[in-house]
Design a protein around this ligand. Sequence first.
Ligand code: KIV
Length: 279
Amino acid sequence: MHKSVQDIINMKKEKEKISVITSYDYTLASLCDKAGIDVMLVGDSAGMVMLGYENTIPVTMDQMIMFTEAVSRARNTSLLVSDLPFMSYQASIEDAITNSGKLIKAGADAVKLEGGSVMAETISAIVDVGIPVMGHIGLQPQTTMLSQGYKVQGKTKDTAMKLIADAKELEDAGVFSIALEMVSHEVAEIISESVSIPTIGIGSGVGCDGQVLVVQDLLGMYEKIKPKFAKRYMNLSEDIVNSLQDFKKDVQTGVFPAEENWFSMSDDELEKLREKIGS
Ligand code: KIV
């Protein structure tokens, strides 16, 4: 049995911290699930780390469906949340419900969308049809990024007040959890204390109820951007490049493949073949 939305809500009540990791493909998702990660997030960050886009704007519903299906084949125990990509929910409530439904049919248990109070009505409508929603405030890569770039959110009294009000509105609209991206840690802590649903921080300090990292950042696989908030647990890109160089050398020198890597005919059949072809 995999974790439910209610299990994640209960973790906050039981003061148990929530681990969230982005997942986009079957192989890494299997390992995240095996490691006991509480929530796998098919983030639209896939656009950057899997598809090589500059930002998340070009990501399409079809791409998110494909990533969600791959991750859902791997998961046994984690909750699976998928991002609604840019312009799949902003134009109309009908779009938002239809596209949320597509991600659920692809295997997600819940969807995540970016935006504060402006998204409250949309969120209520999605929740009303029975689809759990995770909110996302603070830095919103689909929009804040366009106007402000990568900037810490909630550093002044007024911006902090707006974030706190947004969090409360999202809770009232029915989200089961809220991602807080690059929010000053003081404000993230105040929000976490003032809502009853779990907050999941990324670059928002230890006061959040859980933490999310992009799996490529954690494993040291994505070299283009190295955010200050992302702890690297290993330097996999170095190991991968070294292994690929070793492979190339082995191919060039004939060290690979060796006998244990190939398949043989029986001596008898080989003899018959030689006779047939006269060699
Ligand atoms: O797309 C993503 O990876 C995200 C997380 C960083 C929260 O939204």
